[in-house]
Design a protein around this ligand. Structure first.
Ligand SMILES: Nc1ncnc2c1ncn2[C@@H]1O[C@H](COP(=O)(O)OP(=O)(O)OP(=O)(O)O)[C@@H](O)[C@H]1O
Length: 440
């Protein structure tokens, strides 16, 4: 290997899993070539696969090229399935190996540039969404891409994570934007009413039906139909919805004349649809129909940095609405916001911030005003000390900025650094130095 590559590639060699992981942590290589036959299982591939998994968990951006035996196509395919970027079959041929490795370096470089470019577009332009975390920004970018295509989309995520907001964004950013957006909550309407709410009814079709009425599906014609809490839809109606999705016609209750309707369908649920399917509560065929694209919205606690920027933005907008502008969070409030798990996500945060704005005695909102428990501690699985240091530095800067209401002079004093140093650091971590990127 050392002999094979030119001088401008630094080669480091490890002969077992432990040595490889030590080198990975220390050197953070862009490219790894991995022979699957490692001790104590040199004849098999178990140790190699275990190491592949370790590498991709610790440093997912690493390009791993798996080196397999001449006839070992099966393991090569398996490795690619697990996330290896390429494979190479023995015996070693210096030219071909150099070619494969150079290609992996180029790919790693392109991906790095791509991440940088994506990171520069700070925040999101989606109305109502405040986001700073890579996870949420990625979701927003997907929404921007998916919106113009007329695909049926399923949005999953815990309650209060912003599923309805994203459904609206799918509508607003589509060519249907000037047509209706009709939403219906399948869990909030009793089963016997849901059918007529969705599909409409003909005059006389049941007692009290004194005249015909369009259902939600028809009233969304030309626009978007948002079916919230689709996981709670009764089985009988699931069959009827499936027919609509397949044939794009609705049968009003009491009518035999199908009415063609052109809508884009977006569904959301906080429930685990796979579980519902295995418990026989959700039709698998309907699931495949509604999930042409699936968006999994992460919980607030899984989005690094989002809790603070959203809290800050809420403080601004709700503070104005409640006639208490110019409030800010105290340091213990900032820490508590970061440390809390937010089981009710953004909706819970809205309630807590609203309460705190009303309850705060002075200009500063404390953790007590927010009714948040004292700071917890977190144990994270990190690649190495540099990553731990950077994560801590980023967090401290965000806290100082939020506490000082994004006043750079004050934040730099809190951090004990000069203002130019703070600007360098906010550039380094791509932290916005004004408050959140879009309003709530
Ligand atoms: N990223 C965000 N930035 C600002 N506000 C947000 C964000 N996400 C959600 N919200 C706000 O939080 C509240 C809850 O959002 P939304 O109703 O979209 O959640 P949901 O996932 O559909 O909840 P549920 O599953 O309970 O229906 C709304 O008032 C919404 O405006």
């Amino acid at each position: 290997m050392r002999w094979c590559f030119s001088d401008d590639i630094d080669v480091s060699v490890a002969s077992d899993r432990e040595a490889a992981l030590t080198a990975l942590r220390r050197l953070e290589p862009q490219v790894v070539t991995l022979d699957l036959g490692l001790p104590p299982d040199p004849g098999g591939a178990s140790e190699g696969f275990a190491l592949l998994e370790d590498i991709l968990r610790l440093a997912p951006m690493t390009k791993v090229i798996v080196v397999t035996g001449r006839e070992d196509k099966e393991n090569a395919v398996k490795a690619i399935g697990m996330g290896a970027s390429d494979f190479y079959q023995k015996p070693l041929d210096a030219d071909i190996l150099t070619f494969v490795v150079n290609r992996a370096f180029r790919l790693a470089e392109l991906e790095r540039e791509n991440r940088e470019l994506a990171g520069q577009g700070n925040g999101t332009s989606i109305k109502g969404i405040v986001a700073a975390s890579p996870e949420m920004l990625a979701i927003c970018r997907t929404v921007e891409k998916v919106a113009p295509a007329d695909v049926t989309t399923l949005i999953t995520g815990e309650t209060g994570t912003g599923k309805e907001l994203l459904a609206r964004a799918l509508h607003d950013l589509s060519h249907r934007a000037d047509k209706p957006f009709a939403a219906i909550n399948c869990a909030a309407i009793p089963e016997n009413l849901l059918e007529s709410e969705l599909f409409g009814f003909e005059k006389g079709s049941f007692t009290g039906a004194t005249q015909s009425k369009k259902g939600k599906i028809e009233s969304a014609n030309g626009g978007t139909l948002f079916l919230d809490e689709i996981g709670d839809m009764p089985m009988a109606l699931q069959a009827k919805l499936l027919r609509f999705l397949q044939e794009r016609v609705v049968d009003r209750v009491g009518s035999v004349k199908p009415i063609p309707v052109d809508v884009r369908v977006v569904c959301a649920t906080h429930r685990n649809v796979q579980d519902l399917i295995s418990q026989g509560e959700f039709r698998e065929d309907l699931y495949y129909r509604i999930s042409e694209i699936t968006l999994d919205v992460p919980a607030l606690r899984e989005r690094e940095g989002d809790a603070l920027v959203i809290a800050q933005s809420l403080l601004k907008t709700l503070g104005k609405q409640l006639d208490r502008p110019n409030l800010c969070f105290s340091e213990d409030a900032v820490q508590a916001i970061n440390a809390y798990g937010w089981p009710g996500n953004v909706r819970e945060m809205i309630n807590k911030v609203k309460r705190a704005i009303i309850m705060a005695d002075g200009k500063r909102i404390t953790a007590d005003d927010l009714v948040l428990p004292a700071d917890g501690c977190e144990a994270d699985y990190q690649l190495n000390l540099r990553q731990v240091r950077e994560a801590a530095e980023r967090k401290a800067i965000m806290q100082a900025l939020t506490t000082s209401n994004f006043n750079m002079a004050q934040a730099s004093r809190l951090l004990g650094v000069t203002r130019p140093t703070l600007y360098n650091l906010t550039d380094k971590y791509r932290i916005e130095t004004s408050t959140a990127t879009s309003g709530v």
